[in-house]
Design a protein around this ligand. Structure first.
Ligand SMILES: Nc1ncnc2c1ncn2[C@@H]1O[C@H](COP(=O)(O)OP(=O)(O)O)[C@@H](O)[C@H]1O
Ligand SMILES: [Mg+2]
Length: 337
């Protein structure tokens, strides 16, 4: 049949859009062009839906100060804060508190933002930490389990390092001789972990004993990736010369061009602290530390340090960053004699 003979037939063959104002136009068209129009209409509807979703996401980011969902973090498991049973407080950061927590009957750690008025820079640091923890996977890096995305309870859920920080371990045992085998193990694990991070083209930028945690077997679990950057992102953006005085390389103090060797300098200070069981530059003002570091003043190593370690500390803390060894170089060194 070439002609549509009655209204009923016309009704059956014509697919009207919901908006009746377009009926006249559609009923005039041939069935193939009608199909094209329908397809276009559907595509447009999908676009509108997508855009509405995007707007919703941006609104929730703005209003809730939630974490930044992007092509990387969209795959992170979202955890409902109410599914967590908060236990004792185990740490305190600049804008966050860390609690031992129960999640599905296992003990985990949760880093909760306590400041509801967290500013843009700190929020960026928090988002950065989530992203870097998601990317970096290593037995000696704290494992990310998920994030609580809601406003007041913005939080990161990670593996728990039951024995606390290396800082506490060293300095609470200041009067006890920590076995040299333990110190050598920590040094080896740190070299391997930092070698992995640099191999992945990241720079930690806040290596210090407070950010090196210990698990039940006294293996290290590196944490605090808020300042971690890609090597290619260094020397640009905000907070680029951030750090903790005793671990900061001379080029940071001088606000010069820097690279991954700032982590090598910090590592030198960390292992001095580990073998000496002393707080580096204890009782020194920031300006004093700066002068000593810029003058290349060595940290005093006593006779109980293995000779290989004394040499390594001095090399890692050289003022000329290009003369410091890489972690890959250190993996090949004979350090413990
Ligand atoms: N997963 C964890 N397990 C055990 N203790 C932790 C854990 N994460 C953090 N801590 C403790 O909390 C302290 C602060 O955490 P950190 O992530 O370094 O916060 P900030 O970025 O504010 O320095 C650490 O030095 C450590 O003592
Ligand atoms: Mg820290």
């Amino acid at each position: 049949m070439d002609w549509l003979e009655n209204d009923e037939e016309i009704e059956k063959r014509t697919i009207y859009p919901k908006d009746n104002s377009q009926n006249a136009f559609l009923s005039d068209t041939t069935s193939s062009s009608r199909k094209d129009l329908e397809d276009k209409l559907n595509q447009e509807k999908m676009k509108v839906n997508r855009l509405e979703n995007e707007i919703q996401k941006i609104k929730s980011l703005k209003d809730n100060k939630s974490y930044n969902k992007n092509s990387i973090t969209q795959y992170i498991h979202e955890i409902n804060f109410n599914d967590l049973k908060l236990g004792k407080k185990i740490g305190q950061g600049g804008f966050s508190e860390i609690f031992e927590t129960k999640w599905y009957n296992q003990k985990v750690a949760i880093k909760v933002i306590f400041d509801p008025n967290i500013n843009e820079n700190l929020l960026n640091e928090f988002n950065n930490e989530i992203e870097k923890l998601f990317i970096l996977r290593h037995p000696n890096i704290i494992a990310l389990y998920g994030i609580c995305p809601k406003s007041q309870k913005l939080a990161i859920v990670t593996e728990l390092a039951n024995k606390g920080s290396l800082f506490d371990y060293i300095h609470k045992n200041q009067n006890i001789n920590i076995p040299i085998t333990f110190k050598n193990k920590i040094t080896t694990q740190l070299i391997n972990t930092m070698s992995y991070i640099h191999e992945c083209n990241f720079v930690h930028r806040d290596l210090k004993t407070q950010n090196i945690l210990l698990d039940d077997n006294l293996n290290i679990k590196l944490c605090d990736f808020g300042l971690t950057k890609l090597k290619s992102e260094l020397n640009s953006g905000s907070g680029q010369y951030a750090g903790t005085p005793a671990y900061m390389a001379p080029e940071l103090y001088e606000r010069k061009f820097y690279d991954e060797k700032i982590d090598v300098f910090a590592f030198g200070t960390v292992i001095w602290e580990l073998y000496s069981q002393k707080i580096p530059y204890f009782n020194c003002e920031g300006s004093e530390i700066k002068n000593k570091v810029l003058n290349g003043e060595k940290l005093l190593c006593t006779r109980n340090f293995p000779q290989g370690i004394v040499e390594l500390i001095d090399k890692c803390r050289l003022v000329d960053k290009n003369k410091r060894p890489s972690f890959k170089d250190m993996e090949k060194m004979n350090l413990f004699n």
